[in-house]
Design a protein around this ligand. Structure first.
Ligand SMILES: [Zn+2]
Ligand SMILES: [Zn+2]
Length: 286
């Protein structure tokens, strides 16, 4: 099987690697997904499954054979590189350093993480800890995978819903080429950046261009939003069934800039095979 059904989009979805990387690539081929996202480790317990060389070789063969393009690896949400708690911060440092190398080894193109929450310890202190964590992760790292900060919906002490905060982090790291930004259509909308028309997306991207630079945006999480514009809530909805709606999602997937980036669904489905309907809902808009 060769992935041909995406009508020019690099479209995919979040998939499980619990049954191994080759099974994940088989599922991607079944869904005709040319990109996919996987967790670097168990999203709850934080444990990491060791992946043998033989499994990686088998996975890479499938990947090539199917014409699969982009693998995004996501660090668990519970990891907080901005935490004022020493233990939590040390864990975040260990995970970022280890998972960047781990994901690079098994073929990850982008390793996405949430900047985290300063937990009422102040934005500046939180940003300082994120910078320190990234610095340690990049120390002696010369892999292919790019470490991406995710733009967030905001709320509470969450860092990274304002692109100037992401720019401050990149600036403190001298705009290192091993760093990128991941955006999420639900997070953008919840953070107050409209994406429901071409004009709204242009205005949103201009805000990003003035801060992090549009060229830094490496991948897009394609989600509808359960909550309204500026709600600061991170609640994903099925494609076309949230506040973005069919017209909003269509504006995203036909936008001249966004349509060139890997678009990865993280919509609330029960099981991986349910993404078939979500992928179809997107393709129907093209
Ligand atoms: Zn995320
Ligand atoms: Zn989200």
């Amino acid at each position: 099987m060769h992935i041909t059904n995406n009508l020019g989009l690099n479209l995919g979805c979040h998939l499980s690697i619990a049954k191994g990387l080759p099974k994940m690539y088989e599922m991607a081929a079944f869904l005709e997904a040319s990109c996919a996202q996987v967790f670097t480790r168990n999203p709850r317990g934080g444990k990491r499954r060791e992946i043998e060389d033989a499994e990686i070789e088998q996975a890479n063969a499938l990947r090539q054979q199917n014409g699969f393009k982009t693998l995004i690896c996501h660090i668990p949400y519970t990891v907080n590189p901005a935490s004022p708690r020493v233990e939590a911060l040390n864990f975040a440092k260990q995970v970022l350093r280890d998972d960047l190398r781990h994901a690079d080894r098994f073929g990850g193109d982008f390793v996405v993480f949430h900047p985290g929450s300063h937990v009422n310890s102040g934005l500046e202190a939180g940003i300082g800890r994120i910078v320190e964590t990234i610095k340690e992760a990049l120390n002696h790292y010369d892999g292919h995978a790019i470490l991406c900060l995710e733009h967030m919906a905001g709320g509470g002490s969450v860092i990274g819903s304002d692109p100037t905060e992401l720019a401050a982090i990149l600036e403190a790291l001298n705009w290192d080429e091993r760093l990128g930004i991941c955006i999420d259509t639900c997070h953008l909308f919840a953070a107050g950046f409209d994406v429901r028309t071409k004009e709204a997306i242009d205005a949103t991207l201009e805000q990003f261009d003035r801060t992090v630079g549009v060229g830094r945006i490496k991948c897009v999480h394609l989600n509808d939003s359960l909550t309204p514009l500026g709600s600061k809530k991170d609640r994903h909805a099925l494609i076309g069934q949230g506040e973005l709606g069919v017209a909003g999602i269509k504006a995203v997937v036909t936008h001249p800039v966004l349509s060139k980036l890997p678009l990865c669904l993280e919509t609330p489905v029960e099981r991986d095979t349910d993404y078939a309907a979500e992928m179809d809902a997107v393709r129907a808009l093209l």
